[in-house]
Design a protein around this ligand. Sequence first.
Ligand code: GDP
Ligand code: MN
Length: 380
Amino acid sequence: MDLYEHQGKELFARFGIPVSEGRLALTPQAARAAAEELGGQVVVKAQVLTGGRGKAGGVKLAESPDDAEAKANDILGLDIRGHVVEKLWLERASEIAKEYYLSITFDRGAKRPLLMFTTQGGIEIEEVAANNPDALVRLHADPLEGFQPWLARRLVYGGGVEDPGEQKQIAAIVERLYRCFVECDAMLCEINPLIVTPDGEVRALDAKVTVDDSALYRHPDIAEFRDTKAADPLESLAREKGVTYVKLDGSVGILGNGAGLSMSTVDVVVVAGGTPANFCDLGGGGSAEGVVDALEVITRDPQVRAIFFNIFGGITRCDEVARGILEALRRIEISVPIVVRLDGTNAEEGRRLLTEAAPPNLHVAPTMLDAARKAVELAA
Ligand code: GDP
Ligand code: MN
């Protein structure tokens, strides 16, 4: 889950990383009020889940509450890389002498957190990595040892920071950011720019934080940040119902049991010349309840023209799943055709149940490829 800048900064502040004082605003009037409260020069910042806001005109300085209202008016509704601005963050403007960069990501290849620092901040880090790779200090931390002060010193000296005051402040920020990264189960904590003011004060001017979705259950306070309005409505419905669902762009709705089989089902639909409308994993059970919930989510997508039900019975018994499907069809009305492929434990029994009940619009196919072809044909 990606956090908005203001949410990332809220986390940073909890860990003692210096950020500017600010306020949220949803309207130009609220922006004016926020600017009045903050006093002096403020910066008005679009809150969207994408970078490059500065370049796109989503970050503007304002000299007065009047000006803040005008700038808010300009920024609200702006389309930044496909994200429409509905929320603003206003903070007391900082004077900038230098712009640095600091981040911690999870390096899956190395199985370690990767710390990166450069004094060439403010621009996108990919640019620094491509044009000036020597300026970028990269360092892995050992997750078992945890944070060690030498890590921060290596970053700061390696990056060529000479001022002792800056060195000390940045080292402290590295340590706090590492704690934030680990304690929040983050996948990314990025500060770009990490600024130095003309008075020599170091502060996070931006915050980009991604938290591991699978760890959100341990962080109810962070899970609360989730913006249900910005999320896909179908994915929100699926989450409510406990269905594992990812919306895709095609016309064949997919339901499998187990993540591996569901992914293969996505592939085989493509092989058969179709386009998958979603990934949906029924999980282990195959109870009527689970089938109803999953079908409810899938059929809510108007792009779905046919559904491919792909079940391999291991512990799950195919006759159970067949009963689940029939029960689901009694409980909800489904207008699109369904193709079912059952294999594994009690597959014959399952197929027999479906063939005998013979609900309209339900097709039983012998193999996965046959089923995919049939579903693709029906969706065309
Ligand atoms: P991004 O473009 O989405 O990464 O948004 P940032 O929050 O990084 O802001 C972009 C740029 O706006 C920064 O690199 C700064 O140059 C500038 N900026 C942001 N906040 C301030 C501020 O308080 N004062 C000044 N002078 N410039 C700012
Ligand atoms: Mn930035």
